[in-house]
Ligand binder design. Structure first.
Ligand SMILES: [Zn+2]
Length: 340
């Protein structure tokens, strides 16, 4: 059985470029309307660190619109989840431009006390934005997908009540940041974990539901649509070692193509889903939560999202959130325990 989960990274660019209205609010409104039309909901991964700093510095006149939009998502059954780019926590705003603190790019490599501080501050801000003092998000996605090394950050967030992670994309590799999700290729559609997000651990407090990927040859990574997003696969820029590392990432026979509803064409989306639907018909007993990713800043083609939701409806694929599928992700014994 398939449950389809749309996740939306709700944010501007990591270096602070762009306006909230264009990169967050307007695409957010477009998506909300499309999803409501199909009576479907997505998971909004709200990048709180940037919003907190933008509000504190009075750096963007649309901050109130964004806060109201997050509240309207919450009231309307969209799932509000935690997304964190910690380089924003100490970001400075000078003469109309942002200076993020790249020494804090990866939450997981920071000292325990600093991780705790950032997580608590982020949860407080999310509660304030949602307008509910006892709100705790169920789900988390790390900035730049970096949930490695997992142990310390995962233990701190589990203590705060966060239970689902969707940072992994199987087959992912970034030498510059120590990201390596190749070991997860051997895993199922989802798995419990504790100390290492790549390693299933039945005793762990977390469940990983990775962003769905397919390993493809290099030529399939560069459609005209994806190339229009610019430097994501570029190997230019940075110092010699960083360039070399990006070339090493690049020299692979196969790459993980993320199921991305903003960057893939409708033909690609339906072809990928068609293969998964066929597999599901052969083995309907396997539970397959499929996570798609999109970014507000990447929504250049809302018509594709609308048509893809139509395709899922035609094929009777339910569109869900982590909140609605969570009981199905638990081992059977815990499911009955939580019902009691
Ligand atoms: Zn992000």
């Amino acid at each position: 059985m398939i449950d389809f989960v749309f996740t939306l990274d709700y944010e501007i660019y990591g270096n602070g470029a762009g306006t909230l209205k264009e990169l967050v609010y307007e695409p957010g409104e477009q998506l909300k309307e499309i999803f409501r039309k199909w009576d479907a909901r997505f998971v909004a991964f709200v990048e709180v660190a940037e919003f907190e700093r933008i509000e504190a510095c009075g750096a963007d006149p649309s901050m109130d619109l964004v806060k109201r939009q997050i509240q309207s998502f919450h009231e309307d059954g969209f799932e509000i989840a935690l997304h964190l780019h910690p380089q924003w926590c100490n970001a400075r705003y000078e003469k109309g431009r942002w200076w993020p603190d790249y020494s804090e790019y990866n939450l997981c490599t920071l000292p325990r006390t600093r991780i705790t501080e950032i997580v608590e501050r982020s949860l407080d801000y999310l509660r304030y934005v949602v307008g509910q003092s006892d709100f705790t998000p169920l789900s988390f996605r790390a900035g730049n997908w970096l949930f490695q090394p997992t142990k310390t950050a995962a233990s701190i967030m589990a203590e705060k009540g966060i239970k689902v992670d969707s940072s992994v994309f199987k087959g992912g590799l970034q030498h510059n940041h120590g990201l390596d999700y190749r070991p997860a290729l051997k895993n199922d559609y989802y798995w419990p974990f504790r100390d290492d997000v790549n390693e299933p651990d039945a005793t762990g407090p977390w469940i990983e539901v990775p962003i769905y990927t397919e390993m493809v040859p290099p030529w399939r990574m560069s459609t005209r649509k994806r190339l229009s997003f610019g430097n994501k696969f570029s190997i230019a820029g940075g110092n010699a070692q960083r360039r070399l590392n990006r070339i090493r990432d690049f020299l692979r026979f196969q790459y993980p193509l993320k199921l991305d509803f903003c960057r893939m064409t409708l033909d690609e989306l339906t072809a990928m889903m068609g293969r998964l639907i066929r597999e599901d018909r052969e083995r309907p007993d396997v539970y397959r939560p499929l996570v798609a990713i999109g970014h507000t800043k990447d929504l250049i083609d809302p018509g594709t999202v609308d048509a893809f939701l139509g395709f899922l409806r035609t094929n009777a694929i339910p569109v869900s959130t982590f909140e609605t599928i969570y009981p199905k992700l638990l081992p059977v014994k815990d499911r009955t325990a939580s019902v009691r």
